[in-house]
Design a binder for this molecule. Structure first.
Ligand code: DAH
Length: 337
């Protein structure tokens, strides 16, 4: 009989130490101490024992009952402590500042590029594009710059083979577009271009956007109006635009487009080298030979073209003085926009 009691005790204590939730504790209380528990059943048999055994077994049974109760209480205490510890670890300090989940944003050049497309699409221009790895023929020859032409010197070129190069300008898109379309055409062609150059205002890769309009009766006045419209929209209504005679092999006459310096408002400063003006683009009336090269008849149609630097415009819009910063991907720089 004493062994039965020890079995009951042993079994109960070993199971109680494994209990892992308040519900299981309650179940165990019923199982080991309840009316149908082995212990209770044992206590009921006490009455049929002789008095000496009864008092001995009664005391032993009470001891077992106490041990089980104590063990349950202890387990209950342990459990509540570990639950509390879990909650403590998960605690959120409501006074902490929120995590810095800063969103990314578009690069200043991308933003300027998109704005340029928008400004020209508003006046009926389409957006065209061409490859960055280009044939010599499209980058130079059909633009009236045959091999040995001195103007090639001004565009220090990355050649991949004798005939294939990284385009030095977006002008080859003019040729490609005219070859595959009949007039009237009205496009801009933004894109990357490459030259062997590196200083504060030059990087080996930079961005241009080309403009081309060819139709019957296009004049220099159309070119001037379009450039003024674009510059005022990009740099502010107060921007002044002026045109200076220049030379490009693929236009005749050719011009350069200047805008009033938006840093000194035309008063003269370091950025504009005290002139009050900043050079923004080359432009001109498409050379009759270029029209002929793509199968257009210069007796029937005329056109104008221009090539602007996108980076230059972005630098002016955002007040950046060193072009190289645009391409270093330094987060301290980029985060400012
Ligand atoms: N492609 C010239 C350059 O990169 C810029 C240019 C000049 C483009 C005159 C034109 C143009 O379309 O008509 O220096």
């Amino acid at each position: 009989m004493a062994e039965d009691l020890q079995d009951i005790r042993q079994q109960a204590l070993s199971q109680i130490s494994l209990l892992s939730s308040p519900d299981e504790i309650e179940e165990a209380r019923v199982k080991y101490l309840g009316r149908k528990s082995a212990l209770t059943l044992f206590l009921r048999t006490l009455g049929s024992m002789d008095p000496a055994t009864r008092s001995q077994m009664g005391a032993a049974a009470n001891q077992v009952k106490n041990d089980i109760e104590q063990s349950i209480a202890q387990r209950e205490q342990e459990l509540s402590e570990s639950l509390y510890a879990g909650l403590e670890n998960d605690r959120v300090d409501m006074t902490l500042p929120a995590a810095d989940d800063r969103l990314g944003h578009l690069h200043p050049i991308t933003r300027t590029w998109m704005l340029i497309e928008d400004i020209f699409q508003r006046i009926g221009f389409e957006v065209a594009s061409g490859p960055e790895v280009e044939w010599d023929k499209y980058n130079f020859e059909l633009l009236n710059m045959p091999k040995e032409h001195p103007a090639r010197d001004t565009q220090d070129t990355f050649y991949l083979t004798g005939e294939i190069l990284l385009r030095t300008q977006t002008s080859p898109v003019q040729i490609r577009h005219m070859e595959s379309h009949t007039p009237p055409v009205r496009i801009i062609a933004p894109g990357r271009v490459y030259r062997r150059d590196y200083d504060m205002t030059h990087t080996p890769m930079f961005h241009q956007f080309e403009g081309l309009v060819v139709a019957e009766g296009i004049t220099l006045q159309d070119l001037k109006g379009t450039c003024s419209y674009a510059m005022k929209n990009l740099l502010g209504e107060a921007t002044n635009v002026r045109f200076r005679p220049h030379h490009f092999p693929f236009t005749e006459p050719s011009l350069e487009v200047d805008v009033s310096c938006n840093i000194c408002q035309g008063q003269g400063c370091r950025t504009c080298k005290q002139t009050g003006w900043l050079e923004m683009a080359g432009a001109g009336m498409v050379h009759p030979q270029v029209l002929r090269n793509v199968g257009y008849d210069p007796e029937k149609v005329s056109g104008f073209a221009f090539g602007f630097g996108i980076d230059r415009i972005a630098m002016m819009r955002y007040g950046i003085s060193d072009l190289r910063m645009m391409f270093e991907n330094d987060m301290r720089f980029l985060k400012q926009f």
